[in-house]
Design a protein. Sequence first.
Length: 251
Amino acid sequence: MRFKGKSIFKGRVEGECVVYNSGLSFLGGVDPTKGIINENGKNISDRVLSFERSIGSTVGSYIIYGLKYYGNPPMAMIVNVPDETFITGALVAEIPSLAYISSYIFQDGDIVHIDGDYVEIDVDLKEVVTSILVHGDEMLLLRRSSRVSTYQGKWAGVSGYIEGLDPQSTAIKEIKEETGIENPVLIRNGGKIYVRDGKRLWAVHTFLFHLKNKNVNIDWEHTEYKWIKLKELKNFETVPGLDRVVQNLLL
């Protein structure tokens, strides 16, 4: 699968990916003399480093250059949200670097191909919607049945594959089919996030809807439902990435 970003320093490389799904400050976050991320000890030397956003002091630019000076530079860098520190460091160190591609697309060990503005990895991309339904200060969780094709027994929002309709229309259709609810009130379109699960990559279009009441009639895709407080979500075994969907929409 091919993804387009924006080159900071152009290059053509192929290598093993190391992922950090958070904000990374090179000053204090990376040891240039060892080529590792201090928090987790991951080796980034001669690898493709993917992280979600660059943060921290502008001195971080010198740390990026320091990685090269000490012989430990990443083969390439991919960041979703860059800052001036990242841009300056990548240019000064002449490390092939891309921006505006989410780190959640990748996982450790992926073989990544970079060519200019493009990144290519071996994944199976699926476009889906996930809607979070709320009433007052509670949200609806649905437990997936043994008859669905993925994540049987896990708790989820209202989800479905995008097939022939736009994402918002798909979300409304799935809500009616899975809960019997018509005309939910759209509060927020949270856009698209990526959730990686092995070789499968979910492109999840996220929506937040308000319901006038808590009456739900589940279909065959689910065995039960619960209305819960947001803080209770951690107590449930959910489908991958549901916590990020909720965070994206409610926090």
